[in-house]
Design a protein around this ligand. Structure first.
Ligand SMILES: *Cc1c(COP(=O)(O)O)cnc(C)c1O
Length: 357
């Protein structure tokens, strides 16, 4: 037996690593990235700005400037606190680290896989409530789960990944007001929808929001934020590793995230393309297409695995979710550029025409 096999916690040995598929030379429509890169004009300005980064120094500890940039970008009221993370994944981990031994984390299923994974890494108990057939949270089932498990943390993605829908607002409010748990609403896709719980933080002291710049064009920066009362942020901040936001991210974000008009224009293109892609998928009779409030679309497709492979063979990578509960035969496609979406649709149409012959 190898050294590490003897040495490692047995529960870690059982976990399979977060899988990132090879995507070289493929149209990448699997990970909710923005398809838009920086314009040439912006790139030139960005590079002159980047020269000022002092790589020999630790990054600024205060993060005040970046904080301000994000507050302006996302209209965060000044009375709320903001905690920055190396992606919102790091903030999920930080929240788990704030829990006690034996605490339970509750979420819904299917949802974002990192809630469960990070809970396991940090040796907490994980419980999930199965969503209904139309991907809603059942109020009674959730209330029962809260009573049974007495969770310390509840994660809810709003809109949900990978289903793309928004849960009923009243059901979420019921959860927040009926539990002593910290309720974390993960608004990774806030830009692609109209509702948000941002201002509700003033009403509910146990409400915490997560956001990220990953889904609005800057997945490579690795920058997420936690928004909560200033009190909550001050305490959680003790768990943040010093200098967790590196200087290249800080300098880049301070410049690039000021470009609110460009960011919003790109979001508008994605929203228009989401509608076009949705309509095109609905026209393919054999598919069941789920409405989305995010920058991806979930759909149920016969011969799921063969279609997934056929897309790959034709240079398009999407996400195969067909083994997950409630997601039998489901695939998820991230909205791309008009050209990428058209390529994707053409391949799917061709696949079902070939199938019929
Ligand atoms: C993509 C995603 C994240 C991860 O965000 P990062 O900031 O890139 O770590 C978090 N939550 C949900 C629901 C997501 O879909």
């Amino acid at each position: 037996m190898s050294f590490i096999n003897n040495w490692l916690r047995s529960d870690i040995k059982m976990i399979s690593a977060y899988h990132v598929p090879i995507s070289s030379d493929m149209v990448k429509m699997d990970a909710m990235e923005s398809p838009f890169s920086l314009s040439d004009e912006l790139t030139d300005q960005y590079l002159t700005y980047l020269v000022d980064a002092q790589l020999n120094r630790y990054p600024s500890h205060s993060l005040d400037k970046l904080n301000q940039t994000l507050r302006l970008l996302m209209n965060i009221p000044k009375e709320f606190g903001v905690l920055l993370g190396n992606g919102s994944d790091e903030l999920i981990q930080l929240l788990a680290l704030a829990c006690d031994t034996g605490d339970t984390v509750l979420s819904v299923e299917p949802s974002f896989v990192m809630y469960g994974m990070i809970t396991k890494f940090t040796r907490l108990n994980y419980q999930s409530v199965l969503l209904t057939d139309d991907f809603e949270i059942d109020d009674d089932t959730m209330q029962k789960a809260i009573k049974t498990y007495n969770p310390k943390l509840i994660f809810i993605a709003y809109p949900n990944n990978p289903t793309g829908n928004m849960f009923n607002r009243e059901i979420i409010e019921h959860i927040i007001s009926s539990t002593k748990a910290m309720v974390v609403l993960d608004e990774a896709y806030y830009a692609y929808t109209t509702d948000s719980f941002l201002t509700d933080i003033a009403k509910y002291p146990n409400l915490v929001l997560l956001r990220t710049v990953s889904k609005i064009g800057f997945a490579g920066l690795r920058l997420g934020l936690l928004i909560a009362t200033q009190d909550t942020v001050n305490q959680l901040n003790k768990l943040r590793l010093p200098y967790n936001i590196n200087i290249l991210t800080q300098v880049s974000a301070n410049f690039l995230l000021q470009e609110k008009n460009t960011i919003n224009a790109n979001v508008s293109v994605i929203l228009a393309q989401r509608q076009i892609l949705f309509d095109a998928l609905v026209k393919i009779n054999v598919l069941k297409v789920y409405p989305s409030q995010a920058n991806f679309i979930l759909f149920k497709a016969p011969n799921t695995n063969i279609l997934f492979d056929f897309l790959k063979e034709n240079g398009v990578l999407i996400k195969n979710l067909s083994v997950k509960k409630r997601l039998i035969n489901c695939l998820r496609v991230t909205i791309g550029t008009e050209e990428q979406n058209q390529k994707f649709i053409n391949i799917v149409e061709k696949f079902y025409i070939l199938q019929r012959i």
